[in-house]
Design a binder for this molecule. Structure first.
Ligand SMILES: CC(C)(COP(=O)(O)OP(=O)(O)OC[C@H]1O[C@@H](n2cnc3c(N)ncnc32)[C@H](O)[C@@H]1OP(=O)(O)O)[C@@H](O)C(=O)NCCC(=O)NCCS
Length: 193
């Protein structure tokens, strides 16, 4: 969609568009892969050895073997890549799914994650007929907590000692958002631009 006009492309919000992978994404995604704090917040771990750029590029360009995951890239309206997100564990039987997002460090705090996730949730709820998003983040992840709450997720619980990071155990907050809760808050904003 590199040259797509903003008019008529549904998967764009106020400040971002969602699109598929491009070769030119490898460089910035490789940079983000080396952001240890982002890895800890997303994967609850940092590992050694760290993949080389070549290994990482191969991983990104190989076919995804998980049919229950959709990987999307987030660009701003100037076409610059600012992050990525995944819908995962898409379960047709129960209508449940999870979501993960990372906005590159230099682009945070501008509303990109909120706009991008609103679009991704619209896709899951309004197109894939999902009924509930189950999510979680570490208690120490204030940015992700704020993001979930801005999107209308409900706090459903606290799971203790799910991660061992930096020599300490960490708890996570469980979040959930039903289709009805999503629709009450966001559907009116989902008109094609
Ligand atoms: C979490 C993350 C995706 C947020 O991205 P972002 O583009 O900076 O978020 P936004 O600008 O859309 O902010 C959304 C809301 O969260 C709030 N927020 C963002 N960063 C925050 C922080 N560090 N502390 C407190 N609140 C924060 C914003 O103020 C905003 O709320 P508001 O609209 O009421 O002002 C980003 O920090 C990130 O990539 N972190 C590393 C990976 C990660 O933790 N992913 C989530 C794993 S569950």
């Amino acid at each position: 969609m590199q040259d797509a006009s903003k008019t008529g492309y549904y998967w764009q919000g106020e400040i971002v568009r969602l699109r598929s992978f491009r070769e030119s994404d490898i460089g910035p995604k490789w940079q983000e892969y080396q952001d240890s704090h982002a890895r800890q917040m997303l994967e609850y771990r940092i590992e050694l050895p760290v993949m080389s750029r070549e290994q990482y590029a191969e991983l990104l360009t190989s076919p995804d073997d998980d049919p229950r995951r959709i990987s999307l890239y987030v660009e701003n309206h100037d076409g610059g890549l600012v992050g990525w997100l995944n819908l995962f564990d898409l379960d047709e039987r129960h209508g449940t799914f999870g979501v993960g997002i990372s906005i590159f460090r230099d682009h945070r705090g501008r509303g990109y994650a909120l706009d991008a996730l609103r679009l991704a949730l619209a896709y899951a709820f309004e197109e894939l007929r999902m009924q509930k998003c189950n999510s979680a983040c570490l208690v120490m992840n204030a940015a992700s907590s704020a993001l979930h709450e801005c999107l209308g997720f409900q706090r459903e619980g606290l799971r203790r000692r799910v991660a061992y990071i930096g020599g300490a155990y960490h708890d996570e907050i469980l979040y959930g958002l039903t289709h009805e809760e999503y629709a009450a808050r966001w559907r009116a904003t989902q008109e094609p631009k």
